[in-house]
Ligand binder design. Structure first.
Ligand code: HEC
Length: 133
């Protein structure tokens, strides 16, 4: 009788240890997956925003002074993309610059200001420009 109780106890103990171990394994797998997703979404700018940015550029006056691969009045967008990494800070800084206009970074010729444009739209255009590399 005693033996059976001890044996049963042992089996329960082994079973719970092994299921605990499984839970730990499952948990750690989950954590890894979550981390990966977070890193990926922090870096990624949506492809939809980039495509919209490209179309917005074409609808506005941007292409009368800029081309993707050659300098016209303003710098080539390829060169802008090379100069600035695609970071949130650069999206914001360049959005402000497009709104305010101005000169001094690429030469003495100023960019015209764009106060009437929606900043969210300008940001998409900047996201498109900085994706060109
Ligand atoms: C009248 C001509 C003109 C138009 C129109 C124009 N740009 Fe520019 N852009 C320039 C010039 C010139 C520069 C360089 C300014 C400088 O040296 O600081 C420039 C610079 C830029 C830069 C880089 C800014 C920096 O500080 O490095 C971005 C990004 C940009 N333009 C985007 C746009 C977008 C988006 C539009 C349309 C909404 C636009 N530009 C319309 C002339 C223009």
């Amino acid at each position: 009788m005693k033996r059976t109780i001890i044996l049963t106890g042992l089996i329960i103990a082994i079973a719970s240890v092994s299921s605990f171990a499984q839970t730990v394994v499952k948990k750690s797998t989950k954590t890894t997956v979550v981390k990966k997703t977070t890193v990926a979404s922090a870096k990624k700018v949506s492809a939809v925003d980039i495509e919209e940015g490209k179309q917005l550029l074409a609808k506005n006056d941007c292409l009368s002074c800029h081309k993707v691969d050659v300098k016209v009045v303003g710098p080539a967008y390829n060169d802008v993309a090379k100069k600035y990494p695609a970071t949130e800070a650069n999206y914001d800084a360049l959005t402000k610059k497009v709104i305010a206009g101005g000169s001094g970074v690429w030469g003495t010729v100023p960019m015209s200001p764009h106060p009437a444009l929606n900043p969210a739209d300008i940001k998409k255009m900047v996201e498109y420009i900085l994706s060109l590399k």
